[in-house]
Design a protein around this ligand. Structure first.
Ligand code: 5GP
Length: 195
């Protein structure tokens, strides 16, 4: 997505070779016009998948996921990061490693928000090692729903997450795919245009 790539090049900064900070438009201040475009783009891409709900991971996935849910006219589920196990039959949890903090949390979903008829689109801000997205998929499936697709705003394609999700058989669509990241230069994967 051209507009997103331009924002990354203009406002992104790279504190270490594997982390991109986009606080200017996504993670601290939110560019609402960009979010609207992101929502429309995901909705357009997944429009034939009969999406019944969008799910995301708190908190940075919420802005793009909400715009996508609005564009699709469906509800949004926010999967929560809990620090403790919850002992309840209605609550599902999957232990997940945080990329940014290098600690573990329990990604949590209340069963009541997913039924066996649900086709869920998962949206997140970043894809790195794939832990967050694969845990989100696992939770939806444990609750009885189907994962219809995964929408990622920024994929760091040089990290293993994309291959992991592809190998698990998920339909992944990333709006910006970064092939190289360094404090001096950010490069994107070339898009294939099939005529
Ligand atoms: P993964 O679970 O794929 O290893 O990492 C994805 C999660 O970690 C995302 O939900 C995102 O919040 C965070 N994350 C991963 N890489 C980055 C990054 O380069 N910048 C920021 N701001 N967050 C990241």
């Amino acid at each position: 997505m051209k507009l997103l790539e331009e924002k990354i090049l203009k406002y992104g900064n790279v504190p270490t070779e594997d982390v991109l900070k986009v606080d200017y438009f996504l993670n601290h201040q939110v560019d609402t016009v960009l979010m609207q475009e992101i929502g429309k783009e995901f909705a357009e891409h997944f429009k034939y998948k009969n999406i019944t709900k969008v799910a995301t991971i708190e908190s940075s996935g919420i802005a793009p996921a909400l715009m996508t849910a609005i564009a699709l006219g469906v509800e949004l589920i926010i999967l929560k990061k809990q620090s403790d196990k919850v002992l309840s039959e209605d609550i599902l949890q999957v232990k997940t490693k945080s990329f940014t903090k290098n600690t573990y949390y329990d990604l949590t979903l209340s069963k009541k928000y997913i039924s066996t008829d649900d086709n869920v689109l998962i949206i997140d801000d970043f894809l790195a090692n794939g832990a967050a997205a694969s845990s989100a998929c696992k939770l939806i499936e444990m609750a009885g729903g189907t994962v219809a697709g995964i929408g990622i705003v920024i994929e760091k394609s040089f990290q293993p997450g994309r291959e992991l999700l592809d190998n698990l058989g998920f339909d992944v669509y990333s709006l910006a795919r970064i092939s190289k990241l360094s404090p001096e230069k950010i490069e994107f994967l070339e898009e294939l245009h099939i005529c």
